[in-house]
Design a protein around this ligand. Structure first.
Ligand code: FMN
Ligand code: SF4
Length: 452
């Protein structure tokens, strides 16, 4: 078994009172902030984050330093920072652990990110269902104001910052960055058409950066330990993919489902799905074999068991037909799991969460759910599988038919489940609808019409 580096992001998790300023400072807390405001300019902080190769941990994997440079130069301000703690992707819980057990690590990362981008106000948009995070974050923010890590002229510098907690509106779509901004402004969380991107026109129509909790936690360590430390872990860019910027640094993987030891584990980017399951999760439970795994939240699609040796990084998952790494939430399914049930649950989730603005997403998620209901109830037809694939191939930002990525997230489980497990779907339909699996029944109204 390879030697894994000591956890850094989870280093304080599990220590008594790990959420207090006292414990955080005992382990070098806020030293990176002192270093930055005393020795570094904002541009130097951006440069070190760029040099580290940090890519956003919220799902899209966009390079963080590059995103920060999209803010307009010499803008009179204010510039806003929105911290995305909506964490609603099924199977994902690493942000919650960071906020509950080490809120100061998150806050130091936010302060450094605001220093770099010259943001003077940060809104932390917190998932509604996370009350303990709220309490611990608010207590930590209060401690920071008392120590002048927040407020006016932080540590004697000319940099001032306020952080406000904002309770989310309890819907998956609130995590999409422009849905989040709309919700923060007090409106329904309907994603905005882009451009303009938030960096140009975001919260309250001002330049805004949206970053994930784990992303800013990484910023704290990059400033403290340097870009080379961060780049010493992970996977370099794929020479065969000119769009791959590499996958560097430690990553928090959420492992759940049919494993012996579910949990949140820190490992360098690029660990394979099988290594994660076996080394960290203690293998598939009950002595069974694995059948499939969601590689990074349900939006990313499905890995079949024979693909478990795929590295969980930003590039490799695309090569086996998945959308990407997403939130690195791995949900394992054992050999007894029905793929029909899996896909039914997935379709039910996305149909419920679609905000309804775009016809392909609103209708596509609803129709795919109806078809899965029909299949599960023994009325499926083989041609339903091709209809489902047609929906999967035509909804989303990637085919260019919707405003936001929720529809791509709905499409990928459909495409992967049917293409990778087609035989199981066909057998299910043939067995549960032996006489009608090839037949297209006319709708009841037409039958009655024909009788008269
Ligand atoms: C439907 C949908 C839901 C999303 N939910 C989240 C979320 O809960 N948390 C998050 O950080 N990013 C989420 N994202 C991604 C954000 O839009 C955005 O890319 C991210 O917050 C940027 O931060 P990062 O660059 O640090 O990753 C979601 C995207 C979509 C399309
Ligand atoms: S893709 Fe779906 S969730 Fe996103 S804006 Fe359109 S309808 Fe709403």
């Amino acid at each position: 078994m390879p030697q894994r580096p000591e956890p850094v992001l989870l280093a304080n998790v599990g220590k008594p009172d790990s959420w207090t300023l006292r414990v955080y400072e005992q382990t070098g807390g806020y030293q990176a902030l002192r270093k930055a405001v005393k020795e570094m300019t904002p541009v130097q902080v951006i440069d070190v984050v760029k040099a580290s190769g940090l890519r956003g941990r919220g799902g899209a994997g966009f390079p963080t330093g590059l995103k920060w440079t999209f803010l307009p130069k010499d803008h009179p301000g204010p510039i806003y920072m929105c911290i995305n703690a909506d964490e609603s992707e099924p199977g994902t819980f690493n942000n919650r652990i960071l906020m509950e057990d080490d809120p100061h690590q998150v806050i130091e990362g936010i302060i450094l990110s605001c220093y770099a981008t010259r943001a003077t106000t940060a809104y932390l948009y917190l998932r509604y269902e996370y009350p303990l995070c709220w309490d611990r974050l608010q207590a930590a923010i209060d401690e920071c104001y008392a120590k002048n890590y927040l407020g006016k002229n932080i540590l004697g510098s000319d940099f001032s910052l306020d952080i406000f907690l904002h309770r989310g509106a309890a819907a998956y779509i609130c995590g999409e960055e422009t849905g989040l901004i709309e919700s923060l402004e007090g409106k329904r969380a309907w994603p905005r058409i882009k451009p303009p991107f938030p960096a140009v026109e975001g919260a309250f129509r001002k330049p805004t950066v949206v970053n994930n909790i784990e992303t800013v936690a990484c910023v704290k360590h990059i400033v403290g330990r340097g870009a080379d430390w961060f780049k010493s872990m992970g996977v370099p860019p794929d020479p065969t993919n000119p769009r791959d910027a590499g996958s560097y640094g430690p990553k928090l993987y959420c492992l759940s489902g049919h494993v012996n030891r579910p949990g949140c584990y820190e490992a360098p980017l690029g660990i394979t799905c099988r290594e994660l399951i076996d080394e960290f999760g203690g293998g598939v439970w009950k002595g069974r074999k694995g059948k499939a795994a969601i590689p990074g939240g349900i939006s990313m699609g499905l890995l079949a068991e024979q693909e478990f040796d795929t590295p969980l990084d930003f590039n490799a998952l695309g090569k086996v037909g998945c959308m990407g790494l997403g939130t690195a939430a791995v949900v394992v399914m054992d050999e007894s799991t029905s793929m029909v049930d899996f896909l039914y649950n997935s379709c039910r989730f996305f149909q419920h969460e679609s905000c309804g603005q775009c016809t392909p997403c609103r209708e596509g998620t609803a129709w795919s759910l109806r078809m899965l209901e029909r299949i599960r109830h023994g009325n499926g037809r083989l041609r339903d599988l091709d209809l489902l694939l047609e929906i999967g191939d035509t909804i989303g930002i990637i085919p260019g038919t919707t405003i936001c990525g929720l529809a791509d997230g709905a499409a990928w489980p459909i495409k992967n489940a049917i293409r990778k497990f087609r035989e199981e779907f066909e057998n299910y339909i043939k067995n549960t609808n032996p006489t009608g699996y090839m037949v297209t029944e006319p709708v009841p109204a037409l039958v009655q019409l024909a009788a008269h």
